[in-house]
Design a protein around this ligand. Structure first.
Ligand SMILES: Nc1ncnc2c1ncn2[C@@H]1O[C@H](COP(=O)(O)OP(=O)(O)OP(=O)(O)O)[C@@H](O)[C@H]1O
Length: 249
């Protein structure tokens, strides 16, 4: 059974149909990429999955449960977390403190059963564990404002991981990261693959084809194909509408 089911999502802005009857499924542990030209509707689609944008019609099911009417915060609590473009990092706080805040938010009041010092130690242990997964544990005591752009992205990933997602929505994680930092980030995502399901929007096609189990291609708000990277690479419709141009470029 699929963990995330997207059913016939439609969204219009005036006369513009930004998502038209979009449906796809994501299995547990699957990394499902959504690709498409600029303005295809990818960001609007992920906004509908995260709860930031209400669809005109259609449904989002998480593990069979209809979450279409749920707020962003409720979806995060149910395990549907979005990273990037919305994360508010506290620049004067250290990297560890930023993650500890997210760990505490996830755990609700569970740490209040500890004495204050033990509670802080338990929080920090969890935060260190998350930072290690995001490859940022060596920067734990640095203020967030002192991080490089790539490290900032790693911290956003760590904050999303701290919510213990079952489905992680990644919106252009590589945007603005170059060269070596981008390569390291792709390796980090590859290492995390399988621990949760992921919906990835990304313009870097090398990263998408290296990471994705399946890819859906969105063109003018419609999914024109869904398949494995090989199927998508060899799909005549996809090449004509999109990939041919990208590769030629
Ligand atoms: N709030 C809005 N009001 C009106 N039109 C909007 C709004 N948000 C997005 N659009 C339009 O909807 C279309 C899809 O935008 P969206 O940002 O979802 O595409 P995208 O595939 O993410 O593009 P990109 O790859 O450039 O980020 C575009 O034509 C955009 O101008």
């Amino acid at each position: 059974m699929s963990l995330l089911s997207v059913r016939n999502l439609c969204k219009t802005y005036g006369a513009l149909e930004v998502t038209k009857d979009v449906s796809f499924d994501v299995a547990p542990g699957e990394l499902h990429a959504i690709i498409g030209p600029n303005g295809a509707g990818k960001t609007t689609l992920i906004g509908q999955l995260s709860g930031q944008i209400a669809p005109a019609s259609g449904a989002v099911l998480l593990d069979g449960r209809d979450v279409t009417g749920r707020s962003m915060a409720e979806r995060v609590r149910l395990g549907l977390a979005r990273s990037f473009q919305i994360t508010s990092i506290l620049p004067r706080f250290t990297v560890l403190e930023n993650v500890a805040v997210a760990v505490q938010a996830r755990s609700g009041s569970s740490f209040r059963f500890f004495a204050p010092v033990a509670a802080e130690a338990a929080l920090n242990d969890d935060a260190y564990e998350v930072l290690a997964k995001a490859g940022l544990n060596h920067r734990a005591d640095v203020r967030a404002s002192a991080l490089s752009h790539g490290e900032h992205r790693q911290l956003e990933l760590a904050i999303a991981l701290a919510t213990q997602p079952r489905v992680l929505l990644l919106d252009e994680p590589l945007a603005g990261i170059g060269g070596q930092e981008a390569g390291a980030f792709v390796q980090r995502l590859a290492a995390l693959k399988g621990r949760f399901a992921t919906v990835l929007i990304e313009h870097d096609m090398d990263a998408v084809f290296a990471l994705a189990d399946r890819i859906s291609v969105l063109v003018y708000g419609e999914i024109i194909a869904t398949g494995t990277p090989d199927e998508i690479r060899n799909d005549a419709k996809v090449r004509a509408a999109y990939l041919g141009d990208e590769e030629a470029a």
